[in-house]
Design a protein around this ligand. Structure first.
Ligand code: FMN
Length: 189
């Protein structure tokens, strides 16, 4: 069965990012696909150190738990990342993960090529659109297929956990996006 990996880039257990991705996960499962939601809670994901060893290793030379996530993505057909916005950009660890996942794929077996997915940005108020765009760069340079939705994948929620679920338009947008990811995977795999 086709599978989608959803990666929550927030350090907060069951925070807004995680809860928004739970909505996406349920929608993907409703379409009949398998989905696994992984969280970066408790992990410290380092930035790429540009050692250029991933080409020969087929994995990252850093051992901070990301390689296990990379393997799960490698074996899936879809990949969605969600990140909270910090000072107008996606949280650092989420971008660290995204950049290293992208670098391993580009330098080795191009496992991201033709995988379906995209990013979701979550914030109280500002920086969502450019955060979404920043994350998209990694998807497009790795030949990933990013379906659209009825709006961009941005959801509003502040520090209260679960507040993002009250953003009706945001939730409708990411639900449709998750459904489109699943439907596209069913068409091409
Ligand atoms: C260090 C820090 C910086 C933040 N910067 C922004 C920001 O630039 N724009 C914004 O709208 N919200 C900002 N926020 C709020 C979070 O994006 C928001 O609370 C989000 O829902 C957190 O998601 P989480 O519950 O998954 O961690 C910031 C929060 C923190 C902790």
């Amino acid at each position: 069965m086709s599978k989608v990996i959803l990666l929550s880039g927030s350090p907060r257990a069951k925070g807004n990012t995680y809860q928004v991705l739970e909505v996406c996960k349920k929608e993907i499962e409703k379409e009949g696909l398998e989905a696994e939601l992984i969280s970066l809670v408790g992990k410290e994901i380092k930035g790429c150190i540009a050692c250029y060893k991933c080409g020969e290793l087929g994995k990252c030379s850093l051992n901070d738990g990301l390689n296990e996530i990379i393997d799960k993505i490698r074996n899936a057909q879809g990949f969605i990342i969600g990140a909270p916005v910090y000072f107008g950009t996606p949280r650092g660890d989420a971008m660290n993960a995204l950049q290293r996942i992208g670098m391993v794929s580009r330098s080795s077996d191009k496992f991201l090529s033709w995988k379906v997915g995209g990013p979701v940005a979550i914030a109280r108020r500002g920086g969502v659109t450019n955060s979404y765009q920043e994350m998209l760069m990694m998807f497009f340079i790795n030949e990933m297929i990013v379906p659209g939705s009825t709006y961009w994948n941005i959801v509003f929620g502040g520090k209260t956990k679960g507040e993002a679920l009250k953003d009706e338009e945001g939730i409708a947008t990411v639900t449709r996006f998750a459904s489109n990811v699943a439907r596209l995977i069913k068409k091409i795999y």
